[in-house]
Every structure is written in C-alpha cells, then in structure tokens.
Write a protein that binds this ligand. Structure first.
Ligand SMILES: *Cc1c(COP(=O)(O)O)cnc(C)c1O
Length: 408
C-alpha cells in the first residue's frame, strides 16, 4: 500500500464530498475535530443573516416570528437521529457540565440508595460535578469511582445513579451500552450517558439500548462551534416522571403565564432553564446539518477504515519511536480516534503542531488523533504518519521537552 492507493480510496469514498461542507485551512492536517469540530461552510452566513435580519430588523418580534423560542427543541430534533433518539427527546441548552448537574440532581432527589457511581479516569468535569452535588445533597451519599474496567461489576443494589462516558476521552475505548443499560434496568439504577465523544462519531442507539438519560456536547464531532450549547436527552418513557431539579422559566408549562409557582412543561422542554443562546443555537443547526444525507453506518465504517489504517501504518513506521498504541486494537471497541502513549507526549504534540499536524495532548502521556470521517481523508492519515515519523526520527520534539510547566 502506498499514498496513491489511498488517493484512490479517497476518490471512491462515498463520504468524500462531505469535506466540501467545511472550511479547512490549506496545508493543515486537522486531527482535533473531537475537541473542536471544523467550521461548516454555512455557519458564518447563517449567523450573519440571523444577526442582520432576525435581530437587526425583526428585533424582539423574532422570538416568535423567527422561532427563537423553539430553537433549543429544533436543534435537539436535528441531533436526535444521530444518537438513535426520537424527535421530542432531545433539547439543546447549557453546557454538558451543567446538564450533568441538572439530570443528576433530579435523579438523586429521592434519597434511599447511598452510592453515586462513575469510573475513575472519567472526564474531569463529570467527576467534579458529581463530587459537588454529592457534597451538596449530603445524606450519607458517597461518590465511588470504580477502577477502570470495573463497570459494570461495580453496579449493584446500593447504587443510586451511574454516570458513564460512552467513549473514553483518552483511549477511545467504548463501553457496551446495551449490556450496561440492561443490567442497570434490572437493578433499578438510572444511568446518565455522556456522549461527548460518541455523538456524530460512532453509531449510538439510545432508544434501542433502552437508555433513559444522556448528555453530550455539540462543539466536538457535531461542529457547533466553540462553546456551543450541549444537548440533554430524556427518553419518551422517562420524561413524564422526570422532575427537574433546576426549575427555570424556560422549563415552565406556561412560560408567559408569569405564575408565582413553578410547574414543569410536559415535554423535553422541562429540561430548559433560562434564555437560550440564539446565535450559538443557529451554529449548532449548521453544524448538525453537515450530517444531512449521511448514513451513520457508512460514517462508522469510514471511521473504522481510517483508524485501522492509522494503526497499521503506525505499526509499520512508528513502533521504533516508542509510540505505544493506547486505543483498543479491535475496531468495534474503539471510538473515532487513535491514541498513543509516549513519555514526552506533550513535547511531541507541540512539535507536530509546529509542522501543521494538529493532534491533542491529554495528561499525562497521551497523544490523541481524532478521526472525523466527514472531513478526514485517507491520505491525511498517510501524511500524518509521515510527519510523526520525521518528527520522531530527527527528535524535533526535544526542543519542547520540559516546556509544559511554562505554559500551564
Ligand atoms: C468535552 C467533554 C465534556 C465537556 O463539558 P463542557 O461542560 O462542555 O465543558 C464533558 N464530558 C466529556 C466526556 C467530554 O469529552
């Protein structure tokens, strides 16, 4: 296999035209779309038109005339098919961190079971939010961080709530959602799934897996832009009994009845709290529209093909540089990324960025390459491995060794 073979694969790839949906700077190999998705071609004009016509001309009338009131729900409905959910089960608001708090606080209101469970090494904000909430609620509750691989065994009758990342942000390892959801249902334990590294990256089947609660961000694989609001999913089966813990006026049954008392809406909109970020929601719609007409199975197949290719080339070219594969080898157990361990991963990342190859460094020793099948090409993988090989061979990263302390 050589570069020409990969050019051929790109020519024949049914998803190749999707790359045109993005603005990508020339000469940059972007492997960080799992941290900040690339800019969709329509976003700037979409926001510009909203600002000038809906805000500038329409002024306050646009809350109704331009449908601003229902943008959170509309953006949720656009995301729903990408995560195996139905219309009316997803709303876009607030950050993932805040949405975790909103769901967890509501699910823990009844007391009873003592243990709030997550996985050690889970994304920091997930653990921090639970830590704060458990402290706030008191009542003898305890946050337990199961050792990696300790899920699902750690889930038992003492568990009040489980919060799990579907895809591990460091290694890309995927949890078995269907099996864990079934075990939790049998034990009567609610689970919140964090889909930050799954939504728009791999097939997610919330309804089919019997999942009731999930959150995820829109600025990663969904291309909603920096700081774009996150989504919350509550299943049709669970929404009726779901009592919001954070009770704001956008979640009220009759927002403009201006009643003294809170009454929750009877829909997913009960998960909303305050006035939505209209401009950012517009950008979320543009980001999600990049998936229009894209078959998620084809997307997943391309993700697997690209990451398998990355691993095969790394085996051939990079093993001699002490880059150790940190992601599962088996494609079915891997999200849309390939991670390596290296003792000087931070310095290596800096050296790669200096050569216009953009990966991510994750503490303490992870070099992470996000694969975004809407715009990553087969030749990009080839070129990336070439650059990594060169940087390692001439030890270009050594100039950055020890500089991390200086910048953080
Ligand atoms: C990116 C990410 C978050 C981010 O949360 P914010 O509130 O948007 O900052 C949370 N959880 C996981 C697993 C993530 O990957």
């Amino acid at each position: 296999m050589d570069r020409a073979d990969l050019e051929r694969l790109d020519r024949d790839c049914p998803l190749a035209p999707c790359r045109e949906r993005f603005v990508l700077p020339d000469g940059v190999l972007y492997f960080d779309g799992n941290s900040l998705g690339a800019l969709p071609r329509t976003t700037a004009a979409g926001i510009g038109a909203l600002v000038e016509a809906e805000w500038g001309e329409g002024l306050i009338r646009s809350w109704l005339d331009a449908g601003w009131f229902h943008l959170a729900r509309r953006a949720g409905d656009a995301i729903a098919p990408l995560i195996g959910a139905s219309a009316g089960e997803v709303a876009v608001a607030d950050s993932t961190s805040v949405n975790i708090f909103k769901l967890a606080a509501s699910l823990l209101r009844d007391g009873g079971r003592p243990t709030v469970l997550t996985e050690s090494g889970n994304f920091p904000t997930d653990m921090y939010i639970l830590e704060g909430l458990v402290g706030l609620l008191g009542g003898g509750r305890e946050l337990v961080r199961a050792p990696p691989g300790g899920i699902p065994d750690a889930i038992d009758e003492a568990t009040a709530l489980v919060l799990l990342s579907h895809v591990d942000y460091r290694t890309g390892a995927v949890l078995d959602m269907a099996a864990i959801a079934a075990r939790c249902k049998a034990l009567g334990v609610p689970v919140i799934w964090d889909l930050c590294h799954s939504a728009g990256a791999i097939p997610v089947a919330l309804n089919r897996c019997g999942v009731d609660y999930a959150v995820g961000c829109t600025y990663k694989f969904l291309n909603g832009g920096p700081g774009a609001p996150a989504f919350t999913y509550v299943s049709q089966g669970a929404i009726g009994g779901f009592e919001p813990a954070v009770t704001g006026w956008f979640g009220h049954a009759d927002q403009f009845g201006f009643e003294d008392r809170y009454r929750p809406a009877d829909s997913i909109e009960k998960c909303l709290v305050g006035t939505p970020p209209v401009l950012s929601l517009r950008a979320v719609l543009d980001g999600v529209a990049c998936f229009d007409g894209v078959d998620m199975a084809a997307l997943a197949a391309k993700s697997r093909r690209l990451s398998d290719l990355f691993i095969a080339l790394a085996d051939r070219r990079l093993a001699r540089h002490r880059l150790e594969l940190a992601s599962p080898r088996e494609a079915a157990r891997r999200g849309s990324q390939v991670s390596f361990r290296h003792p000087d991963a931070y310095a290596v990342a800096r050296a790669l960025i200096a050569r216009n190859l953009i990966p991510d460094f994750r503490d303490p020793d992870i070099l992470r390459f996000g694969i975004t099948p809407l715009y990553t090409r087969h030749v990009d993988i080839w070129d990336a491995v070439e650059i990594i090989d060169a940087v390692m061979a001439d030890r270009a990263w050594e100039g950055w060794a020890g500089t991390r302390e200086a910048v953080t």
